[in-house]
Design a protein around this ligand. Structure first.
Ligand code: SF4
Length: 721
């Protein structure tokens, strides 16, 4: 054990709650809440409170494994690394660099995400890299970029929420996903503000709302258009704002006016009076916000759906103004930073575009390579997984468990099995690692230092608090060793601060500019909001700085002499101008369309999927924590009493949920908090109750997000044997 108590952050969701880790004399560590971190102010959910259990060698990997005679057996590091490098080199030699795939994760630190993107493009020379964050927030990112010229989950800190007048929370169940964040909404209501929740289920979050709108899954695009129609019809638009700060209103207005409230009621099932009530609650206060999460985003029209909600904000003058705006509640721990620094198929560090010649020149200059040597954009996450075993023959996977978390998971599992070679670096032997030819045991949150970027766009330092078990190395070490074996001796340091220094240079002048952020600052401050260029605010932008940097709006005053030469970071974006070339936000004209798979006679119901409070994502870590498993031991099928009666199902009966992609079985949980035409399954478990066996990989044309949130199913009672 290295020292007494270390302030750091939770390994799980994008709230990145502050916690202290204290080694105990008898062994193990104690996790306690940090009251000084403004996001959780001394609260942790059960996942964060028990996170240290996954540090135990009893549940995590401590030795490399290699496949021999069909079984994974223990090996030493040189043997495992030699085997990976040898197979990657042989595959590249035989099939070319794009036969090599790399799959990352939204839980990787910024340093790891950066190094992984560089490794793919420089050490392997492949374009075939993407990550599981594509399944998280990509539709909101695409819609935000279209409308504002920049995507940062929240363009304001969470602490603004209690001071606004109304929040519409769309497809987010914070009571299960980020419980400490509920405090901001409780304070909003205590201050006289109102909360509207849009969710097909009356979730624990919806139960706290002043108004709950429960549309059919996959119809919230129509819902947003219906609200905008009423805003126009009732004369509640902000014409001056529209004139001064936006473009594209006439087309968006015409599209919305085609969505009459009665038509929207027929599509969504939300009665017109409730639509009118929502418009009144949203428009009457001075300021208001719309926050989306996976509900509207994980659809084959997710980008348009989020765009429709943004249009509602723009038409009412509720974006880029104090205490108003649109934001996305990013899910994974580093879902925000993970998409900014190069592990996404189309991006380079600093949120630059891989197909932008100036961006390629800048990053290639930092990397010391010829810009022409950098591959172009590759496949999106599901498309990459779908190509395994055919175009992509070998895969290196870090920090992801697609056997449980990918849509059409049985097919993805079969694709993984069909690979010539699979290498996985992970903390635990996940369901995906079990399929690998080589498994590398790597360090995790409390055992390593690195930065993450929270859903607020706040860059944070997670500090090493304990030594890893013997035989465990960091992902940065893995990339360093593999690059060396592949003939790239330089450019892959193992020290995270050195990697961050290079990331700062690579991001300088880009939309997500981290160049003014240092580890030292992050130890002194409770995080720094990007963009944060190296020079202080008000001096000229870095060479090549684009509209994003100049979209800096409200920065806190420097508090001391040394801080006066620092850029203070950017807690609030867009107050003066948006990050588009003309500084105006862009309406996008969108229209309702059906989900990719509507119910029919054979599959008459809709399945929607989501989370429970005691498990996280694919459950690879949290399913190894006894307390969490006791609270949430397995999957279930939530259904309405009327549907249960029609099926002849009683509480706890095994139900088979069948879609065009497969069959999952889990016990019935009967509740009137769900629509009678919809069933719900949480997606944290493998095996016969795996919800993602059923989900539909139909992709959004812009974001390439699969349609996790809606597919057609039938439900059958399984006779008990
Ligand atoms: Fe960790 Fe998220 Fe729970 Fe906070 S809310 S303790 S960040 S899992």
């Amino acid at each position: 054990m290295e020292k007494t108590s270390t302030p750091t952050h939770c390994p799980y969701c994008a709230l990145q709650c502050g916690m202290n880790i204290t080694p105990l004399p008898q062994g193990g560590v104690e996790v306690t809440e940090r009251a000084d971190f403004p996001v959780n102010r001394g609260a942790l959910c059960g996942k964060g409170r028990t996170a240290a259990e996954v540090l135990s060698p009893a549940v995590r990997l401590t030795t490399p494994l290699v496949r021999e005679g069909g079984r994974l057996v223990e090996a030493d590091w040189p043997e495992a690394l030699d085997r990976i490098a040898g197979r990657l080199a042989a595959t590249r030699e035989r099939y070319g660099p794009d036969a090599l795939g790399v799959f990352g994760g939204g839980g990787l630190t910024n340093e790891k995400a950066y190094a992984l993107g560089k490794f793919a493009r420089v050490a392997l020379g492949t374009s075939q890299i993407d990550y599981n964050g594509r399944f998280c927030m990509s539709s909101a990112a695409a819609a935000g970029t279209k409308a504002f010229g920049l995507d940062r989950g929240l363009p304001f800190p969470l602490e603004d929420i209690p001071r606004t007048g109304c929040v519409i929370l769309v497809g987010s169940n914070l009571a299960e996903t980020m419980p400490p964040s509920l405090r901001f909404f409780t304070e909003l209501r205590e201050n006289g503000g109102t909360l509207i929740v849009v969710d097909p289920r009356r979730t624990r979050t919806a139960q706290q709302a002043d108004l709950h709108l429960a549309p059919r899954p996959g119809t919230d695009l129509a819902l947003a258009l219906g609200l905008l129609h009423l805003v126009v019809a009732e004369g509640r638009t902000d014409e001056e704002y529209i004139r001064e700060r936006t473009t594209g209103w006439e087309e968006a207005r015409a599209a919305a006016m085609a969505h009459w409230p009665e038509y929207v009621e027929r599509i969504t099932g939300v009665p017109v009076p409730r639509l009118r009530e929502a418009v009144r609650m949203f428009c009457e206060p001075e300021a208001a916000m719309v926050l989306t999460a996976r509900g509207p985003e994980q659809q084959s029209k997710g980008t348009d759906t989020v765009g429709a909600w943004i249009n509602l904000c723009l038409a009412t003058g509720r974006a880029g103004r104090p205490l108003s705006g649109y934001g996305c509640l990013t899910g994974q721990g580093n879902g925000q930073g993970g998409r900014e620094h190069g592990q996404k198929a189309d991006q380079l560090p600093g949120y630059r575009k891989l197909d932008d010649p100036a961006a390629r020149r800048h990053v290639a200059g930092v990397w010391g390579v010829d810009p022409d040597s950098l591959p172009g954009p590759g496949r999106s996450a599901y498309e990459l997984l779908d190509a395994l075993g055919s175009d992509v023959r070998a895969l290196l996977l870090m920090g992801s468990n697609p056997v449980v978390s990918a849509p059409r998971a049985a097919h993805v599992e079969e694709r993984l099995r069909s690979l010539d070679f699979l290498a996985v670096a992970d903390v635990v032997l996940s369901e995906t690692a079990e399929l690998a030819d080589v498994v590398l045991p790597v360090t995790q949150w409390a055992e390593e230092t690195g930065t993450t970027t929270s859903l607020e766009g706040r860059v944070l330092l997670r500090r090493r608090a304990v030594a890893p078990p013997p035989g465990v190395h960091s992902d940065l070490y893995v990339l360093h060793e593999l690059a060396g074996r592949l003939g790239v001796e330089k450019g892959f340091p193992t020290d995270p601060e050195e990697v961050f220094g290079e990331l700062r240079r690579a991001s300088a002048g880009g939309p997500a500019d981290y160049s003014g952020i240092t580890y030292r600052r992050l130890t002194e401050e409770n995080g720094v909001f990007w963009p944060c260029p190296e020079e202080p605010a008000g001096t000229s932008g870095a060479e090549g700085a684009d509209a994003a940097s100049s979209a800096v709006s409200e920065a806190p005053a420097a508090s001391d002499a040394s801080a006066s030469v620092r850029h203070p970071g950017t807690p609030r974006l867009f107050l003066d101008r948006f990050a588009t070339p003309d500084g105006r936000a862009r309406f996008v004209a969108v229209a309702h369309r059906a989900t990719a798979e509507e119910p029919d006679a054979e599959y008459p119901l809709l399945l929607t999927t989501g989370r429970v409070v005691s498990q996280y994502q694919s459950g690879a870590q949290t399913r190894r924590v006894a307390e969490l498993n006791a609270a949430a031991p397995g999957p279930f099928v939530e259904l309405h009493p009327r549907l249960a009666a029609r099926l002849g199902a009683a509480e706890g009966d095994p139900l088979a949920v069948v879609s065009r992609r497969g069959r999952a079985v889990a016990p019935a949980r009967i509740t009137d908090t769900i629509r009678p035409d919809t069933v719900f399954m949480p997606f944290h478990w493998p095996g016969e109750g795996r919800a993602n066996t059923l989900t539909n990989p139909a992709l959004d044309p812009t974001s390439r997000m699969p349609e996790f949130k809606s597919c057609a199913v039938r439900v059958e009672v399984v006779p008990r044997s």
